[in-house]
Design a protein around this ligand. Structure first.
Ligand code: 2HG
Ligand code: ZN
Length: 494
């Protein structure tokens, strides 16, 4: 079929030549779009919809921060309104096409991977602040808004949205809600779940549901809002959210502590928590710090120490005195061996970088990640057991420990040796994850603390959630997504 300029649709006329492969983008679009009648029907249904089928776009939008699956989506849709999202979902039901909802794609569990001809539905163009309510102290936003923009907007109104983590600039609020994201302030403020007053969800059948509606009190039956939170896009697409805001935090002081032993960790936590309202309590090992320093951060101490804690608390005189007293007490008991305290905001930010840059500094080793949790009281026994397990099972790999120890949440990154094939590496790590999952089961923990289940943790879901719970999840999915088009294959198989 030959096209001449005057009868080309508008979207084709806007194409530029593709620099990557030197064929025209028009060619890519025409071949892909014309060869798939499903996309043609979507185009006919929503002529204004932005739809991408260029290989570079499919690759970019078809993956998250995991690098295990080869992206292979059918196309990428970038709707600009709730109405468009609903129409896409109805089209997907009619065509039997799976939908992978897509936010900032900073996830670490493969929840936003599209490797099987799904349509990626990116919320990227739906990134507006819709309303601020000073009386309710809420902010209503579209789901594609980055976390950082939410935090900044709250600050502009003299308030705070307290959920925070390193990917704040790239992740989106929709993704945060869909994974019940945690981060570095959970010890003080709780997870994302605590801060969602309402959610507008386009269900798997295209219905728009208003869940929660910003009400402080509502005892009229099931709270479906909480089903949307941590649903990982398997029940529908979060298109808007009403977020709770709170008083701004007090100006903070950051302290970095050096610890001689792993066993000291929870005792130091107890000593500090007894005296202070902690804003954060994070830990990292020397191995983690070495990677961060190799990545360009300045060393905090003259000598290396086996373990470190980054903690934050109010910078008023009383809190500072309590922090120093806690430090002295731990020093006397041999639980800490050194410490520094920030003297300025710049220094505080620099100390935080030592913790926050870990993921980035490890990315080139394609790490296998465990993100596990137990109750805080179970932490000492679980830590000892896990340390023995990993020491025994991974003599050949470098293992990097860090995490939100004040929440009972450990991150374990196993680094792939350069010469080792990815498949063999993952297979070995999966063998050990089964053992870790057994230990989590014994300690009443969770195989995913804050990253979600996605594809990465799916084989272990049944280790820490009961058969009855998973059956109930399947039943809920069948009601809200009867044709199973929402994020197929993630969390569990239908
Ligand atoms: C963090 O706490 C993130 O920094 C990422 O949850 C953890 O990279 C990881 O394993
Ligand atoms: Zn984390």
């Amino acid at each position: 079929m030959l096209f001449s300029g005057h009868n080309l649709p508008q979207w084709m006329l806007q194409m530029k030549p593709c620099r990557r492969c030197r064929r025209g983008q028009i060619f890519h679009r025409i071949t892909a779009a014309m060869s798939d009648p499903r996309l043609e029907s979507l185009r006919a249904l929503l002529p204004e919809l932005r739809l991408l089928v260029e290989p570079a776009d499919l690759e970019h939008y078809g993956r998250d921060w995991t690098r295990r699956w080869t992206p292979a989506p059918l196309a990428v849709a970038l709707p600009a309104s709730v109405g468009e999202v609903q129409a896409i979902v109805r089209w997907a039901n009619a065509q039997g096409v799976g939908i992978v909802p897509s936010g900032g794609r900073t996830g670490l569990s493969g929840g936003a991977v599209a490797a099987n001809g799904e349509l990626v539905l990116s919320l990227e163009r739906m990134h507006k602040v819709l309303a601020f309510d000073a009386v309710d102290r809420t902010l209503t936003v579209q789901a594609g808004i980055p976390l950082q923009k939410v935090q900044e907007t709250a600050r502009e109104h003299g308030l705070q949205y307290p959920v925070d983590f390193a990917s704040r600039g790239s992740c989106s609020i929709g993704g945060n809600i869909a994974t019940n994201a945690g981060g570095i302030r959970v010890v003080r403020y709780g997870n994302t779940r605590e801060w969602v007053a309402g959610v507008r969800l386009v269900t798997g059948s295209g219905e728009l549901m208003e869940l929660g509606r910003g009400l402080v009190k509502d005892s009229s039956g099931y709270d479906l809002r909480h089903l949307a939170i941590a649903s990982e896009g398997t029940l529908g697409i979060i298109v808007e959210a009403t977020l709770k805001l709170t008083d701004p935090p007090p100006p903070g002081n950051v302290m970095l502590l050096a610890l001689p032993s792993f066993e000291a960790l929870m005792q130091v936590f107890a000593a500090f928590r007894a005296r202070l309202q902690l804003q954060a309590f994070e830990f990292l090992t020397d191995v983690a710090l070495r990677h961060v320093l190799a990545h360009g951060e300045p060393p905090p101490f003259e000598h290396a120490h086996p373990y470190y804690v980054v903690t934050e608390f109010a910078s008023d005189e009383a809190s500072e005195a309590e922090a120093l007293a806690a430090f002295e007490q731990c020093l006397e008991q041999g639980l800490v061996s050194d410490g520094v305290i920030s003297a300025s905001d710049a220094q505080a930010a620099q100390l935080w970088r030592l913790r926050e840059a870990i993921t980035e500094s490890l990315a080139r080793y394609l790490p296998y990640k465990n993100d596990v949790s137990v109750r805080i009281s179970a932490m000492p026994a679980f830590l000892a057991e896990t340390q023995a397990l990993l020491g025994r099972e991974y003599p050949q790999f470098e293992v990097v420990w860090f995490g939100h120890i004040g929440d009972g949440n450990l991150h374990i990154n196993i680094l792939k040796p350069e010469a080792m094939a990815q498949d063999a590496f993952v297979a070995d790590c999966e063998r050990v994850t089964k053992l870790l999952a057994q230990s989590l089961q014994a300690h009443g923990g969770s195989i995913s603390a804050e990253h979600g289940i996605g594809l990465v943790k799916k084989p272990y879901l049944a280790c820490t959630r009961s058969a009855a719970e998973i059956a109930a999840m399947r039943g809920i999915k069948a009601v809200l997504d009867p044709n199973g088009i929402m994020n197929p294959g993630k969390l569990f198989d239908r």
